[in-house]
Design a binder for this molecule. Structure first.
Ligand SMILES: Nc1ncnc2c1ncn2[C@@H]1O[C@H](COP(=O)(O)OP(=O)(O)OP(=O)(O)O)[C@@H](O)[C@H]1O
Length: 318
């Protein structure tokens, strides 16, 4: 099925992926004709269960893995024909640090910039290190840093050559809450400075907090690309819970046609309805309860989270 993306006019795209497939040598197809356009200046979250193909997709765009079919351009530069120009626009924050542990923070970040043939710019590197709260550690050897600091070094390395597009592969996997929030703030600041951000994550909360748009990848297929708020509105459900004055033993017959659930103790009724629908049915339900003599002492409503939506999407395709 093609992704449900009616949202991206072409001229906006800073990364354009068309018909991208990847079959690994062992014959496993990790990506199936993926079409995706990332808009200039957005934060795009790529969600998917383990093994869905997120890292494969990122690795192809960054030139680490070769695609089998299809094209990818970064700001108009084809990643194969025009590799150096395309790669120079990209910063990649991988999951693991593979830098020499005996190097200082400053040396490793300086080296990263040099890799892209950029002229030395100590002022830029200082700015990056300061923004990541690494300036005090600039002379420390990588091996002496905490796990959180090492993560920051990964980001500093990726930003050393002033990329226009930053890929973050599971940026906050295994980091504590404080660092996670610091990272979110940093990502937002980067976006404000005009950098386009693409992140993969298992943490739905991260996508919910950060992303402008969300792509869901499942078994190598991009099954959906949508504006975050539209996604939550479109696929979200709302629930109305009523705390009953007197517990019910069973759901009365008069309510059989309503999508209602009675709690195990009979003390509350939950009504699930389409959050987007014009007609919620709440007024009728409350009238019906009145005529049946069912009184309630409290009521509250809740909306499904992105997590509920994601789980039901992936489940429906299992
Ligand atoms: N070099 C390889 N050779 C063969 N199969 C591979 C190779 N690299 C990845 N795969 C397979 O391709 C599929 C997609 O892997 P990928 O790492 O892209 O998934 P992912 O969505 O990033 O998963 P995770 O969230 O676990 O990191 C997996 O089934 C994986 O086993």
């Amino acid at each position: 099925m093609p992704p449900l993306d009616a949202t991206t006019p072409r001229s906006d795209a800073i990364v354009a992926v068309h018909g991208l497939s990847k079959t690994y040598k062992i014959g496993f197809q990790a990506l199936k004709r993926v079409d995706l356009e990332i808009r200039r200046g957005e934060i795009f979250a790529l969600l998917g269960p383990n093994g869905a193909g997120k890292t494969t997709l990122i690795s192809i765009v960054c030139g680490i893995v070769n695609g089998s079919e299809g094209t990818v351009t970064v700001d108009g530069h084809d990643i194969v024909r025009d590799y150096r120009a395309a790669r120079g626009l990209i910063g990649l924050v991988p999951q693991e640090l593979s830098t020499d542990a005996f190097e200082s923070v400053w040396a490793t970040v300086k080296f990263s910039r040099g890799l892209f043939g950029k002229a030395p710019d100590p002022a830029h590197l200082e700015k990056v290190l300061r923004e990541l709260s690494l300036w005090e550690k600039k002379d420390a050897k990588i091996m002496t840093l905490s796990g959180g600091m090492k993560r920051r070094v990964l980001i500093a390395k990726a930003l050393a050559h002033e990329p226009r597009v930053l890929f973050l592969d599971e940026p906050t996997a295994g980091v504590d809450v404080e660092l996670r929030h610091d990272m979110w703030q940093m990502v937002r600041r980067l976006r404000e400075s005009g950098v386009t951000i693409i992140l993969t994550t298992h943490y739905i909360e991260e996508a919910e907090q950060m992303a402008d748009r969300i792509g869901v990848i499942h078994r190598g297929e991009l099954v959906l690309v949508e504006d975050k708020h539209t996604l939550m509105r479109k696929l979200g459900k709302k629930q109305l819970s009523l705390q009953l004055q007197t517990p019910l033993q069973v759901l009365p017959e008069g309510l059989a046609e309503w999508p209602l659930e009675l709690s195990a103790d009979g003390g509350s009724l939950t009504y699930t309805f389409d959050a987007q629908g014009e007609h919620t049915g709440i007024a009728e339900l409350l009238r019906k309860l009145g005529t049946l003599g069912i009184d309630f002492k409290d009521l509250h409503s809740s909306e499904s989270s992105l997590e509920d939506i994601f789980v039901s999407l992936v489940r429906s395709r299992a």
